[in-house]
Design a protein around this ligand. Structure first.
Ligand SMILES: [Zn+2]
Length: 281
């Protein structure tokens, strides 16, 4: 498979952009059914972020997700094993240097608000389980994830935790860093899954303004840089960690109402009111 560029960085952070490719407008992809939109601008964004964070990165610059979807474990294993091999090498090297790794998988969310949905590989709104079934530990959720959410909020970026994209599907790349695939019969998948105890991995779904070049993209990059020390640090187990990241994300937190139809989709800010319930603002 061509087009996936590996970047070696010195920090404990490993960035991945599996949907950074684009369609060849002159041909119809072999995929049947509805064509999927590639995550535009995530390749250049991830490369820029890698430079600012001194992070390693694996960036798909070319491959159309309708030809090969690199965010799906089985499809990548079958049709682009070099992508998984490169990911394993970067994560293994990072763990050898630092004793652990933080993996950030960068995606695009096609909403027009400056919003980010942070998937943790477990159910949204639930306490992050401590049994390895999420892609992060409770301590990392309370540390690195919390720092990222706060850094985004401080810059006017609305952050939610897996509200739209929890990254729970067993084929989602993030699930490599849970216990789900540790006994997988495929050696390459099993090798990656064996690294999970030393990895905290999150999925970042970025709204359109956060990806296109402009002031919101700059704010997102600044938020990631501000949160980088907490994202890179070994998470410290604290007494409250078991309660996890859900603290402070109750009904009073900013919410979004999303609607979709064949011709129109959008996102509204909403608020919780004890008397009115959820209402669009
Ligand atoms: Zn994507």
């Amino acid at each position: 498979m061509s087009g996936a560029a590996a970047i070696d960085g010195a920090s404990p952070l490993v960035l991945v952009a599996p949907h950074g490719g684009c369609r060849d407008p002159s041909t119809r992809p072999p995929a049947t059914g509805r064509l999927r939109v590639n995550d535009l601008h995530t390749a250049s964004l991830t490369e820029e972020l890698a430079r600012r964070l001194d992070a390693s990165a694996l960036v798909n610059r070319d491959a159309d997700r309708n030809v090969v979807d690199l965010n799906r474990i089985g499809e990548a294993h079958e049709r682009a094993p070099s992508f998984l091999e490169a990911l394993a090498r970067l994560v293994r090297t990072t763990i050898a240097r630092h004793g652990r790794a933080t993996v950030l998988v960068v995606h695009g969310w096609n909403v027009v608000e400056p919003a980010i949905d942070v998937g943790l590989g477990c159910a949204s709104g639930a306490v992050v389980p401590a049994d390895g079934s999420a892609a992060v530990s409770p301590a990392f959720a309370a540390g690195g994830v919390r720092a990222l959410v706060d850094a985004c909020a401080a810059r006017g970026i609305a952050a939610t935790l897996g509200a739209r994209y929890p990254a729970r599907h067993r084929e989602n790349l993030l699930q490599l860093f849970t216990t789900r695939h540790r006994d997988d019969p495929r050696p390459l998948v099993r090798a990656l899954a064996s690294l999970a105890p030393s990895v905290d991995a999150v999925q970042l779904e970025l709204g359109i303004p956060l990806r296109w070049p402009g002031p919101w993209r700059t704010r997102l990059l600044d938020a990631c840089v501000a949160a980088a020390p907490a994202l890179a640090a070994a998470p410290v187990a604290v007494a409250a960690a078991a309660r996890g990241i859900v603290d402070g994300f109750g009904p009073a937190a900013p919410m979004r109402v999303q609607f979709t139809s064949p011709t129109l989709c959008g996102l509204f800010p909403a608020q919780w009111d004890p008397k009115l319930g959820i209402h669009v603002t």
